[in-house]
Design a protein around this ligand. Structure first.
Ligand SMILES: NC(=O)c1ccc[n+]([C@@H]2O[C@H](COP(=O)([O-])OP(=O)(O)OC[C@H]3O[C@@H](n4cnc5c(N)ncnc54)[C@H](OP(=O)(O)O)[C@@H]3O)[C@@H](O)[C@H]2O)c1
Length: 383
């Protein structure tokens, strides 16, 4: 199949492109920036790249012409009121535009990246599945946008006769990334936190490589109109922070920060970001989810052959990417004592890990040239 992938410059889209190539498909990256037509590096491969903004249905249709299927990963994954309108516009209107364009271009099938948050969360440690939905619980604008995205995707697919399958990844750790997503930021926050705090509740974490492969599984075998959770292990925040501490060679976690304190720290972090004109490393929007359980089962996707690796492997991959990221201040990097399991992830990342010679060859990572965004050195950030 020739597969068009939107968002291929991002973490999920990059892994989808890589998995599609590994499965023997051809890939065309549809991106918002760059020359009208060009190429994009995906690991050690180079794929065709066509530029079309998500606001331009006509150009999108031209960009998709000649492809058999679409995997739509492009979206804004961000929290905070300042970006709420952009989140809604890109995630919902952008999805409608690209699916209309896919139908115009005669594509036979589409997979749309949604999120496990559309299945909601629980006040007790219980795993939810695809029959669950976001209810009357704290929900950042990003969560609401993903619910609306699913609705618009299924409506557009039904109306235009293009089969749509929905992929619902959980918290994705790993890379490639040059823009720190809120998911890897969970790990970064612990590395930056001098108090080594944890908090109540928990989440499900999944390795980015498995999410990429899972999308290809859904592309090949998913049932149209269905939602499929793509996750790994359910963990409490304390379990996750314990893994981060062990694999990074750091102490803790110690005290559990209550939800109210998490909210207060986030408010201060947002204020600081406003003053300095930077992206907040923590938002009140996200802090309101502290204490709940974002636990999910991927049994439905397992039936199609999907498999998620253990949380430990996902955390190791995240630490390897963070260790080579400019998001990690040098003074923190130098204090890490990376576990051999993190060092084993070295072939994934495009530079030497701390303590390795700088002449290490490039790994199989996507190589990109965009400079990283500046970021405040906030001491901690609740989820
Ligand atoms: N990361 C997670 O934990 C997680 C969990 C569940 C679901 N998801 C979903 O996975 C998808 C991808 O997220 P990600 O983690 O890969 O994020 P990411 O690394 O930030 O990548 C986002 C991608 O979307 C593109 N994009 C953003 N705004 C755009 C716009 N206005 N027009 C066109 N393209 C635009 C970006 O292009 P540029 O490179 O040009 O900016 C990039 O390729 C999203 O739908 C997200 O909701 C993510």
């Amino acid at each position: 199949m020739r597969v068009a992938v939107t968002g291929a410059t991002g973490m999920v889209g990059g892994q989808v492109a890589r998995a599609a190539l590994q499965a023997g498909h051809e890939v065309r990256a549809v991106t918002r920036d760059g020359p009208a037509v060009g190429t994009l590096r995906i690991g050690e491969d180079t794929v065709e790249r066509v530029t079309a903004p998500l606001t331009d249905r006509r150009r999108l249709a031209v960009a998709l012409t000649g492809c058999d299927a679409l995997v739509h990963c492009a979206a804004v994954y961000a929290f905070g009121g300042a970006r709420a309108a952009e989140v809604e516009q890109v995630n919902v209107d952008g999805t409608q535009a690209v699916l209309e364009a896919a139908a115009d271009a005669g594509l036979a099938r589409a997979v749309v990246t949604s999120s496990s948050v559309t299945c909601g969360s629980s006040s007790i440690p219980r795993a939810r599945d695809e029959t669950d939905h976001l209810g009357a619980e704290p929900a950042p604008a990003y969560y609401a946008s993903k619910v609306s995205q699913e609705e618009v995707a299924l409506e557009t697919g039904g109306r235009r006769g293009i089969p749509v399958v929905l992929a619902l990844p959980t918290v994705i750790l790993g890379g490639p990334f040059t823009r720190l997503a809120p998911s890897n930021a969970i790990v970064l926050r612990y590395l930056l936190d001098p108090t080594r705090s944890t908090y109540p509740g928990g989440c499900n974490v999944v390795d980015a490589r498995d999410v990429g492969a899972g999308h290809v599984t859904l592309l090949e075998r998913g049932i149209a109109g269905e939602r499929y959770l793509l996750g790994g292990d359910d963990v409490t925040w304390r379990m996750l922070h314990t893994l981060v501490a062990e694999l990074a060679g750091l102490p803790g976690p110690f005290a559990e920060m209550p939800a109210g304190s998490a909210w207060t720290v986030s408010a201060a972090t947002e204020l600081w970001a406003r003053v300095t004109g930077t992206e907040p490393l923590s938002t009140r929007d996200e802090a309101q989810t502290v204490g709940r359980y974002y636990w999910y089962t991927s049994a439905k996707a397992h039936e199609l052959g999907y498999a998620g690796r253990p949380a430990r492997a996902a955390v190791a991959a995240s630490l390897a990417w963070l260790a080579v990221s400019p998001d990690l201040p040098r003074w923190v990097r130098e204090g890490l004592r990376l576990h051999p399991e993190v060092r084993a992830a070295r072939p994934l990342v495009p530079g030497p890990l701390p303590g390795e010679p700088a002449s290490e060859p490039l790994g199989a990572a996507t190589v990109r040239t965009r400079p990283p965004r500046s970021r405040p050195a906030s001491p901690r950030r609740p989820r």
